[in-house]
Ligand binder design. Structure first.
Ligand code: NAP
Length: 307
């Protein structure tokens, strides 16, 4: 099968399209023919070893000293089950599935095996594979952080979302809307139209004004791009308000309940895939170069099988 191999840590050019052996599903695994994946900020972080201080040593320990031990990056997928292990009960050949592999990665490939009990579900019936692949990373991350902030326990919470135009930010808007939040978004002038399309009326343009000078106070301040710290945002919080950031030590853990929520919202028409660009597998270097800019709006899809 064809797969994109990360030959070492470094710039996008370390990624090479190669032919590698087909995986075979074990008893509890399904073999998925991946149609689409996405190039996420997590992928470029691993490829480029783009972390600082202690985090870099930790990452080298976990991921491998001389390059990623798991050579096939990518952790979201949408595709079709083409074979099942002998003990698989929930899925059958032909099922369209989507999900996230987390640190197991392996989705920049034509085929991948995953245990049926892991983070996968039948794809939303109204989503294309590209759309399904695009909603998982930001969606599950946003659900993790907003639930940790207790959004579900606060009636009509006032939520400030900093970095509202990235994969996590665009997802956070949609998840916060699901929890009936009164949302204020912080983004650049280039992102204004997008956050308005997502239904946010109160927008602070960080390239025009200082959002920390905002006089409104919030139940939740969620930094979805990791550019602030708690001290800076503390004055924006109501007395029982909580600050969360993707930029600290807290790591989002993916659960099947998060994926189910995304699927349900998508099928109800209450969630949309925000797709900035779509690249073919052959153009993975260009896709990584674009995501490396840190300026993408929403998600970048890597089409594995022609749509
Ligand atoms: N802790 C965890 O478990 C976890 C999980 C997932 C992701 N993350 C981290 O979360 C961060 C965001 O991930 P992502 O996938 O959403 O990234 P992304 O899609 O690459 O985010 C880029 C977006 O952020 C905007 N942006 C850049 N600088 C900004 C600023 N100073 N203020 C407001 N917006 C800004 C950009 O628009 P403009 O340039 O137009 O402003 C762009 O739309 C990454 O650092 C990632 O590593 C952490």
């Amino acid at each position: 099968m064809k797969a994109i191999i990360c030959t070492q840590y470094g710039p996008p050019e370390v990624l090479q399209l190669q032919t590698v052996p087909m995986p075979t599903p074990r008893n509890h695994e399904v073999l998925v023919n991946i149609h689409a994946t996405a190039v996420n900020s997590g992928d470029i972080r691993i490829r480029g070893l783009a972390v600082e201080g202690m985090m870099k040593w930790l990452m080298l320990l976990v991921m491998g000293w001389n390059g990623p031990r798991k050579k096939i990056l990518g952790n979201v997928f949408s595709g079709v089950v083409v074979a099942t292990g002998s003990a698989v009960k929930q899925y059958k050949t032909g099922d369209e599935v989507f999900g996230m592999t987390g640190f197991a990665m392996g989705t920049y490939a034509e085929f991948m095996c995953i245990a049926e009990t892991k983070n996968l579900l039948l794809k939303p019936n109204n989503a294309t594979h590209a759309e399904a692949a695009a909603i998982v990373f930001g969606g599950q991350t946003a659900i993790h952080f907003l639930l940790q902030a207790g959004i579900q326990e606060r009636p009509s919470p006032k939520v400030l979302i900093i970095g509202a135009t990235g994969a996590v930010g665009t997802a956070a808007i949609q998840i916060a809307k699901h929890f009936k939040a009164d949302i204020t978004a912080v983004c650049s002038s280039k992102g204004l139209a997008l956050v308005q399309q997502l239904g946010v009326a109160k927008v602070i343009l960080y390239d025009k004004e200082d959002f920390t000078a905002c006089t409104e106070k919030f139940d939740i301040v969620f930094d979805a791009v990791g550019k602030t710290n708690k001290k800076q945002c503390q004055p924006l919080l109501l007395p029982n308000g909580i600050y969360k950031t993707v930029g600290g030590w807290e790591v989002a853990t993916e659960t099947i309940a998060q994926l189910q929520l995304l699927k349900d919202l998508y099928e109800q028409g209450a969630y949309r895939a925000v797709i900035d660009k779509v690249y073919s597998m052959q153009d993975v270097v260009a896709a990584h170069q674009y995501v490396d800019t840190g300026r993408k709006k929403g998600n970048v899809v890597l089409q594995i099988l022609d749509a």
